[in-house]
Design a protein around this ligand. Sequence first.
Ligand code: UD1
Length: 417
Amino acid sequence: MEALVIEGGVRLKGEVEISGAKNAVLPIMAAALLTHEECVIRNVPDLRDVRTMIRLLESMGVEVVWKDRELRIKAHSIKEPLAPYELVKTMRASVLVLGPLVAREGVAKVSLPGGCAIGERPIDLHIKGLKALGADVDIEEGYVIAEAPGLKGALYIFDKVTVTGTENILMAAVMAEGETILENVAQEPEVWDLITVLRKMGAEIEKVEPNSLRIVGVDGLCGFEHEVMPDRIEAATFLITGALCSEYLVLKNARAEHMVAVIAKLRECGVEMEVSRSAISVKGADVIDAADVETQPYPGFPTDVQAQYMAMMSLARGTSVITENIFEKRFTHAAELRRMGANILVDGNQAVVRGVEKLKGAPVMASDLRASASLVIAALAAEGKSRISRIYHLDRGYEAFDKKLEALGARIRRVKE
Ligand code: UD1
């Protein structure tokens, strides 16, 4: 295992390139299972989750070539429509192969992901959606086994907004017979990046109401070429880093239109930002004002930025209340931030953060992907040295985070534990 050692207190400055979005590339890779033609995906970030998805596709006999940020995927035939436990347990998003496999092969066996550090995270709505399209679904020995010689279009209303649930059912519906209406779908830009890809493949999908989609099934889909959208969560992480511990940062290839809630919240805290077509610049703030926040499905404030925001609120002027509405246990970073001197009280799905003058470096442990990022931000802002262990979480979703920070002037090094 590896750890990051960070000497805090250095003011960062410079330009940083935002990578392709993890949460967009994974469903797009799964969509390549829907056709036997070659699919070309560009701007692919080098992440552990991308490597896991490649292993999963290869385990099904799919040809994958990855070079210079470009992935070529050819699912000429599928050896066995199976996502084994060993892979699903390291990456929940493996469940995204369920919809495409049932659509293409009429059968799929996918391990149930189980709970994780941020909560229970069931996939009942994915299963209900497949059943609505006519699949027989059973759970046997920890596996979801879905069978449907032919899926049929239907009306399906998601009980709750789910991102991968929407993506899975969408990918199942594109080749179902007839019309499918999906209601209460997720609106995340990553869902729209997938819809763009499915349309390039020949799928017929239209938005009929603000949160409904109409899909008319087609007989077959073709290959595609696509450049993955920039990662808005990585960009938000750098904006917060910039506000808290830089003179200035310029985020290249960041799309402000995907980050309206985050930018508005940071402005409320007094952070100065300039937005252009494909870049955002942020100025380090002398004082950051405390502001309450609640996580919501898109276009609300993302749960994936809550931990990084909490690191910033730890050093803000005043008290803020952070309400987590998406995942029930997503505050594990609070206890670690406290080890660095933060004043945070957690009560159920709310955290009350009283801003302190300074944080002090400490040994801390990363427990999930975004929690890791919040600890890195806190360590950069803290006085003295911090050691963040278990950074494999960080490597799942941030491309070369330590290298990018180092290029901005951070004193950061990766060590073996
Ligand atoms: C995706 C993102 C993740 C982000 C999350 C919320 C990917 C690969 N991951 O995860 O980074 O934090 O959206 O924005 O895109 N739920 C159910 N039953 C289901 C499905 C979901 O109860 O069948 C619940 C979940 O437990 C959670 C809420 O719905 O409370 C939203 O979860 P969901 O949007 O599905 O998250 P993911 O798609 O797993």
